[in-house]
Structures are given as structure tokens and as C-alpha cells.
Design a protein around this ligand. Structure first.
Ligand code: OVM
Length: 407
């Protein structure tokens, strides 16, 4: 579905691509190149929005948070003109000064010190998962790298860390699919995901309540910030909601995409298998090569100029994080998956004041899963072509039957 075409502003390269079309979402990389090559800032008549796909322009937008604000929504919808899909996130869809306060609390909870405390548990869970999967495979079961690793691992460790009980955790995947679709247009994909919006949202909000969170998790720490008067008791469940919104479907697909990269590039897996210290750089390169969050939007808070293009106040601009991560102006052999690369400055976690606040936990999950596999598995063989789960924002997978060849 495309909205009415708004007239193209003079002097801006026009790219007539629908970035929420199924073909685009299935294989975006050639269209990403078209977007980059048209210029640092383009006009997209399909939605009447500006677009940035080069590394330099994505970086410029995300690092000027006063001009390119988040409070009017980080999806296609302009919250100054239309009702948000759900009550706004206190961190994602907020600007300073209120953003600063929410960010400080989440950053303290998701700190490197926290990672030191959870590391042993996260490692043990990854090792026992791989062990268990090898046993099930030996007993004749087919392993699905999406369901049994990409989904199973984050659905175990992250809700455990937040302090959410075991019952109904599949709601976290349904909710993630819904909210990441909701950053795009109100197309068929969103309508389908939103069919179950009421029970799923009710489950999520129930698990933001203090009495449903364990005493030793990240969720309870939010409530303690409310006790201390840093936030109001009404704000606490909304910040817990951010954990449950941003912490699962992202790492699920970050891990899934990494496993697909490694299965498709056996020479790269060989290197990881030979040197487990490559787990972290391999995860990082996978994030660059197949960025989980493909796009985020900003809204111009005033008339401005971006790399020679005039952008009127209230315009929406989409930043193609995944295209920036394949920009040949930034990365030598950008389309080569190379786990030795160390792609510092990639945009998969965003950039600037809204850069992923959970990235230390995401990296921990990726690292320990890849390390556990590298130790026990000498090759990941694809048994069938993996199936995609198309989402307006996420590069997501539905299934990936594999054989894990044990050492
Ligand atoms: C939030 C939220 C939701 C989705 C994504 C995200 C990637 C944050 O509710 O704060 O960050």
C-alpha cells in the first residue's frame, strides 16, 4: 500500500522504490545500492518521505537529535499528525530532556558491570542448549536454527534476566513482530501482525507490573528507580515495556542472521571453529552484513539542510541502517562477509544518543552462542533453503533446518 504521492521537492534525487514491498524486504541489497548511488539524501515518492542510505548521511541524521527528533515517532507515522500505534515509549519515542532521564536508568541497569554478573549464566545456558540440541539431533530430530537456537536462546536468558516467568513467553515474539511492523506503513503485514494485538499487549503489560516480576531482575530495578523518585510509578511499567519490546525479537534475529551467515560461508565458520575468540567479531560482522533492524525514521523539528538538501519542518526521513552498513564508500568489499573485519562504526545498533542501550547484552548473547557452537560443532549445513519472515523493520527468519556436524 502506498500513500498519496506528495510532489517531489526540487533538486532532490527521486528514488521510486517501496522499501516495505515484499520483494524489497526479501532481497534489499540491490535497492539499497540504488538508494545510496542516487545521493546522500533522496526523495521517496511512494510515501512522500526523505531517505538516507549512505553511511555518512545516516550518521549525520542520527547524530543531530535536536534537528531530527524521535518524539514524533521513529516509524513512518508522524505522531504530531496521527495517533501512535501504542502509548509512546519513554525512551525510543522521546527527546531530551525526558529521554535523558529514561536513558540513564536503562543504561545503569544494562551496564558492562551487569554483563559481568550475568555472563556466567548466559554462557552456561548457551553451552547446555548446544549440548541438548546435539543429543536431539543424534536421536533423529531435525534442528531448526531459527526455532531451536535463534528463538530458544534469547527467550530463555533475556526474560530470565528481566525477571519474567516461564509461562507465555511466546507472546514476546508476537509482540516484537507487531511493534516492528508498526514502524512501517499500515499495510497487510501490520494488519496480520496486529490481529492478536489485544491479548498479546495485555500479556506484555501484565508482565510489566511489579508483582509479576522477580525480585532479582532488571524489571524490579526499574521499580526501585520509581521507589527512589527518579521516575513516577506510572512510568515504571512503561520502561519495563521497553525491555520486553526491544530485547527479544532483535536478538532472536541477530542470532538467526549470524547463523545463516556462518552456514552460507563455511570458510568463515572454519575460522571461527579454529579460533573461538572470533565469536565476538563474527557476531559484529553479521550485524553489519545482515542488520537486524533495517530502518528507523526521524522527523525534522525545523526547516533544515542536510548534505545540500533542504528538508522542511515536520518531514519524515527514513535512515537505512542496513544500507549504511553495506556502503562501499565506508567499507572495503562491503558485500563480502568477513569475520576478521572488525566493523567499528557500523549502524546496526544505531548511533548517537538513541544508540541501542541494550547492546552490551545483545553482544553477550551473540558471543556466547557462537562460542558454544564453535566448540562443539565443526560445520553448520543447511538442509533446505531458509524461509524468511517478512517484517516492515526487521530482517527476520521463519525457519532454517540445519545439520550441526559435531566435532
Ligand atoms: C521501546 C522500543 C521498542 C522497539 C525497539 C526499541 C530498538 C525500543 O519500546 O522502547 O529499540
Amino acid at each position: 500500500m502506498t500513500t498519496a504521492t506528495v510532489e517531489a521537492p526540487a533538486g532532490v534525487p527521486v528514488v521510486d522504490i517501496d522499501p516495505f514491498d515484499s520483494n524489497f524486504l526479501t532481497s534489499p541489497y540491490e535497492d539499497h545500492k540504488r538508494l545510496r548511488d542516487a545521493g546522500p539524501v533522496v526523495w521517496m515518492p511512494a510515501y512522500g518521505i526523505y531517505g538516507a542510505a549512505q553511511h555518512v548521511s545516516v550518521h549525520a541524521v542520527l547524530n543531530d537529535h535536536a534537528t531530527f527528533i524521535s518524539g514524533a515517532g521513529v516509524g513512518l507515522a508522524n505522531f504530531n499528525k496521527e495517533e501512535p500505534f501504542r502509548p509512546k515509549s519513554l525512551i525510543l519515542e522521546a527527546d531530551p530532556p525526558s529521554h535523558t532521564k529514561a536513558r540513564a536508568i536503562l543504561a545503569r541497569i544494562l551496564s558492562p558491570k551487569t554483563v559481568m554478573q550475568i555472563r556466567a549464566r548466559f554462557t552456561a545456558e548457551a553451552e547446555s542448549l548446544v549440548e541438548q540440541l546435539l543429543e536431539r539431533q543424534a536421536a533423529g530430530e531435525t534442528i531448526d536454527a531459527v526455532k531451536h537456537i535463534g528463538e530458544a536462546y534469547p527467550l530463555k536468558v533475556f526474560p530470565d534476566a528481566v525477571g519474567v516467568g516461564n509461562e507465555g513467553r511466546e507472546n514476546l515474539l508476537l509482540y516484537g513482530d507487531m511493534i516492528f511492523n508498526a514502524f512501517g506503513p499500515r499495510n497487510e503485514r501490520l494488519r496480520k501482525a496486529a490481529e492478536r494485538v489485544e491479548p498479546v499487549t495485555a500479556w506484555i503489560m501484565a508482565h510489566c507490573a511489579r508483582e509479576n516480576l522477580s525480585k532479582d531482575g532488571f524489571g524490579e530495578q526499574i521499580w526501585r528507580a520509581a521507589d527512589a523518585g527518579e521516575i513516577s510509578p506510572a512510568e515504571a511499567p512503561m520502561l519495563v515495556r521497553s525491555f520486553l519490546s526491544a530485547g527479544v525479537d532483535t536478538t532472536v534475529n541477530g542470532i538467526g542472521n549470524a547463523l545463516l551467515c556462518l552456514a552460507r560461508h563455511p570458510d568463515q565458520y572454519d575460522q571461527l571453529h579454529a579460533d573461538h575468540s572470533l565469536a565476538r567479531p563474527a557476531f559484529e560482522e553479521s550485524l553489519r552484513f545482515e542488520s537486524t533492524v533495517q530502518t528507523f525514521f526521524r522527523t525534522a523539528s525545523r526547516d533544515t539542510e542536510l548534505m545540500g538538501v533542504l528538508i522542511p519542518q515536520d518531514s519524515k526521513i527514513v535512515t537505512f541502517l542496513a544500507a549504511a552498513n553495506r556502503d562501499e564508500r565506508q567499507w572495503p568489499n562491503a558485500d563480502k562477509y568477513d569475520i576478521q573485519r572488525r566493523p567499528a562504526g557500523h549502524m546496526a545498533f544505531g548511533s548517537g544518543i538513541h544508540g541501542c542501550v541494550g547492546q552490551v547484552v545483545a553482544r553477550l548473547e551473540g558471543e556466547v552462542v557462537l562460542t558454544a557452537l564453535a566448540k562443539r560443532v565443526k560445520r553448520i549445513e543447511l538442509l533446505e533453503e531458509p524461509k524468511r519472515r517478512l517484517n516492515n523493520t526487521l530482517r527476520a527468519l521463519a525457519s532454517m533446518p540445519v545439520r550441526l556436524v559435531p566435532v
